[in-house]
Design a binder for this molecule. Structure first.
Ligand SMILES: [Zn+2]
Length: 240
């Protein structure tokens, strides 16, 4: 009898030791997570990536122990903006939601809620990028077919706001401003529609930031905190 119960007890103890670690997420603070992204991007820009967490051991570890990514990234599908490479990260590091124009629709918000609530990622970044084709299509009022008009509809408010706020802008300057506004729009949509995300931010468990990736330099520019987050945490939010 004792011989049978001992392995079972060992298993229970092992599980008890393992589960809290997984439930607590990556064990990284929001600020530390932001620093990790900034440092990874600096390595990428400098052409000195470390390619961390890309070996067999990491693959097997995350497959067997589960994932605990330290950041959630909503970014564009553009093939020139590969998220793990930009931030020099590897397997199990980033929970990435990619969609053309980095819009925050229902499915994207649900994915980000899953990462925040169940994986306990401490940082959420909405990442736009220079020369974004989806934003360009809306700025240029391109004729769209199939399902694309529904996607463009999520980008249109940002382009409209940009035109209203900067009547003097045109061409590339207008596009650049619209890309930034589109990141802010996704953050506004997220805060307007997700109670889960708002509660996590309020509790200090999640930091949210907007950023723009430059296709040519490889550099990520961090935006000022979104007003939606400032209101939740008394103006101390966002990337500095
Ligand atoms: Zn894009």
């Amino acid at each position: 009898m004792k011989r049978r119960t001992l392995p079972l007890l060992t298993l229970i103890i092992l599980l008890a030791l393992t589960l809290p670690a997984l439930a607590a997420g990556p064990g990284v603070s929001p600020d530390a997570a932001l620093t990790m992204l900034k440092e990874g991007n600096a390595r990428f820009v400098a052409g000195k990536p470390k390619y961390p967490h890309q070996n067999k051991e990491r693959r097997v570890l995350t497959a067997t122990k589960g994932e605990a990514p330290f950041a959630t990234i909503l970014s564009c599908s553009d093939s020139r903006a590969p998220v793990e490479l930009i931030f020099d990260q590897g397997v199990g590091d980033l929970f990435v939601v990619r969609v053309a124009g980095n819009v925050a629709g229902t499915d994207e918000i649900a994915s980000m809620e899953y990462a925040g609530e169940h994986l306990h990622t401490p940082l959420l970044v909405v990442l736009g990028h220079s020369k974004c084709g989806a934003v360009t299509a809306v700025v240029e009022n391109a004729r769209l077919h199939g399902s694309l008009p529904a996607l463009a509809a999520k980008i249109k408010p940002a382009v409209f706001k940009t035109r209203m706020a900067h009547r003097d802008l045109s061409g590339n300057a207008l596009l650049t401003a619209a890309i930034k506004a589109n990141v802010q729009q996704a953050l506004a949509d997220l805060f307007a529609r997700s109670r889960i995300i708002k509660d996590l931010v309020k509790a200090g468990k999640l930091k949210v930031s907007g950023a723009i990736y430059d296709l040519e330099s490889g550099k990520v520019e961090w935006l000022e905190p979104h007003p939606g987050e400032k209101g939740l945490v008394g103006g101390k939010a966002g990337a500095k």
